[in-house]
Ligand binder design. Structure first.
Ligand SMILES: [Zn+2]
Length: 113
């Protein structure tokens, strides 16, 4: 029967393994846009309007600085995967922090007994 320490250690090992196996990633969120252009008589100004697009854009904030960039249709699959991996990374790190805190609390309490 494993101790509580060992169970937590084992869970941390699993989190680290999953982190090591993560593929490419990038932060951000993907949005879809339809635009209206400047040429008169274009279909984007018809009733109902047939706007240009879709255009895909990722936006993200790093070190307090907001950035965004356009993504081509053929890049969507890999970019979506990168965004998913980033979210997964954040989740795993969060889990690691919780497990590590529990483990530390357990050991501190044990040492005081
Ligand atoms: Zn137009």
């Amino acid at each position: 029967m494993p101790t509580q320490d060992q169970l937590l250690e084992q869970k941390i090992v699993e989190v680290k393994r999953e982190l090591a196996e993560l593929g490419e990633m990038r932060p951000g969120s993907l949005s879809t846009q339809y635009n209206v252009c400047g040429s008169p008589g274009c279909q984007c100004k018809a009733t109902p309007p047939k706007k240009h697009g879709p255009y895909y854009q990722i936006s993200y904030t790093r070190k307090g600085k907001h950035s965004s960039r356009f993504v081509k249709q053929e890049e969507l699959t890999s970019v979506r995967e990168q965004l998913d991996n980033f979210a997964r990374m954040r989740k795993l790190v969060d889990r690691w922090i919780d497990l590590a805190t529990k483990l530390s609390d357990l050991r501190l309490a044990k040492a005081r007994r």
